[in-house]
Design a protein around this ligand. Structure first.
Ligand SMILES: Cc1cc2nc3c(=O)[nH]c(=O)nc-3n(C[C@H](O)[C@H](O)[C@H](O)COP(=O)(O)OP(=O)(O)OC[C@H]3O[C@@H](n4cnc5c(N)ncnc54)[C@H](O)[C@@H]3O)c2cc1C
Length: 419
């Protein structure tokens, strides 16, 4: 595929290296470890392209989907992890191929606003937020960060804005996050796009199947993200060359190769990388529902990020404002609350107190602890350290590809293009 064509197909993902062993496409049997979105998308894309290949998908838990899961009770529906996707043609292509177009809708226009809580006041986040840093200071810090290995705090030298961004994505403050990993286009990590970016960006826009997303918009599924996992699973089950093994934990690429009697190069590892499993951060997710009238003063929007570590909540997502599909009983609103364990002591009363201050003095009609989620850590220098790694196997998934669903879905397409 020509360079320009690849950039039109994959956009800025082309800046990220693919950790795929050159012998993987030559194997006649592939063992994919990890049945999250990455493993499922890789299995689907490779199996579609190469029906002659035998593909085994090995997952340690008893269900597929990894961190993606949707909770529902009565008429309440809430995602535990990702709830919507930002725009990327690879994700739209997957939705189309899975015949999910009727269940996939853009987010509501009225939910565009995002806020950050600074000194007790909500400020709207937008392209101009970065100007708070001061243009000269920002230009200098960007130039410095382009030398590689910088943290997001160094790239964006406004502690609260930088923290708000990283907390909302990777559950930690900006000094702990690799700028090359989170914002490779800004730091110019990896290869640069072919010239005249406006031209290929226009072509990317024209390449979306289903519908062209509006700038900054996200899209989601009726019934939550579990809808995507269910569709992927049923497509995989219908493919004759894919075997799914759940409830099977493997230890390493080496032991997997031995267990399945394949060369090391047959292993596509999508589970967390062993050395980073120790460095995950945890957060508890709550679904909180109110009657409309009790939160009438809360503006419609996407949500609020809270960098102030004295508050046990780092983010409030306005679930029912955002999605086109129904998430609540009639005349109610649903909020999703994130409580990072580094700032929350486990007492639910502290969460209820914060909700009282930030959302409503009235008692919520729903207050549900949805459980703990884990997020890998991406410390400064992470991308540089990965690009120097070499191994006999292949590694994909959000441990290496980028933190969002578009990264892992696009990466799966890029991997399948090698076959
Ligand atoms: C709270 C939260 C909010 C998020 N919000 C967003 C968002 O708003 N937008 C967005 O785009 N993305 C978001 N994400 C990120 C997104 O969910 C991930 O990028 C994506 O789901 C990662 O998929 P994966 O398959 O790479 O990893 P995982 O989902 O972690 O899957 C890895 C799989 O490997 C399995 N596994 C692990 N070890 C082994 C082993 N030894 N043997 C066999 N199997 C093993 C696991 O059980 C798991 O099923 C969020 C994530 C979280 C946790």
């Amino acid at each position: 595929m020509s360079d320009v064509t690849s950039w039109i197909r994959h956009g800025a993902e082309m800046r990220r290296p693919l950790f795929v062993h050159k012998a993987l496409p030559l194997c006649d049997k592939i063992v994919i470890v990890g049945g999250g979105l990455s493993g499922m998308s890789c299995a689907y894309r490779i199996a579609q392209k190469r029906p002659d290949l035998e593909i085994v998908l090995v997952e340690k838990s008893n269900r597929l989907g990894g961190v993606i899961s949707t909770w529902s009770e009565d008429e309440w529906i809430c995602d535990l992890a990702v709830n919507a996707t930002r725009s990327h043609p690879a994700f739209w292509r997957l939705v189309e191929d899975l015949q999910l177009s009727d269940e996939f809708k853009p987010s509501r226009a009225r939910a565009k606003s995002r806020w950050v809580l600074l000194n007790g006041k909500r400020h709207r986040l937008g392209p101009f937020s970065l100007l708070k840093i001061g243009p000269i200071k920002l230009i200098k810090s960007i130039r410095k960060a382009r030398k590689g290995g910088a943290s997001v705090a160094e790239l964006l030298p406004h502690k609260q804005i930088a923290d708000a961004l990283t907390l909302g994505i990777v559950n930690t403050t900006s000094e702990h996050v690799d700028a090359d990993f989170l914002m490779p286009s800004m730091t110019r990590f990896g290869p640069s796009p072919p010239p005249k970016s406006s031209k290929w960006k226009k072509k990317i826009k024209a390449s979306y199947p289903l519908f062209t997303p509006e700038k900054g918009a996200v899209a989601s599924f009726d019934g939550g993200m579990q809808t995507l996992v269910n569709a992927l699973q049923s497509h995989l089950e219908s493919l004759g060359n894919v075997t799914i093994l759940t409830g099977q934990e493997v230890e390493s690429p080496q032991s997997t190769a031995e267990q399945f009697a394949v060369p090391l190069s047959s292993i596509l590892w999508t589970a967390p990388l062993a050395e980073h499993e120790r460095e995950i951060s945890k957060l508890t997710v709550f679904a909180v529902g109110f009657r409309d009238v009790d939160v009438a003063d809360v503006s419609y929007g996407y949500g609020t990020l809270i960098p102030d570590a004295s508050i046990p909540i780092s983010g409030i997502l306005h679930e029912s404002d955002l999605h086109h599909s129904k998430r609540t009983p009639k005349d109610h609103r649903l909020f999703r609350i994130m409580a990072p364990h580094v700032r929350w002591d486990g007492d639910e009363k502290a969460i209820l107190n914060s909700i009282e201050q930030l959302l409503s003095k009235e008692k919520p009609v729903l207050f549900k602890n949805l459980g703990v989620q884990s997020i890998p850590s991406y410390p400064p220098g992470y991308m540089q350290s990965l690009s120097h790694e070499s191994s006999g196997s292949s590694f994909v998934g959000w441990g290496v590809s980028g933190v969002s669903v578009t990264h892992v879905v696009d990466e799966a397409e890029r991997v399948s293009e090698l076959f």
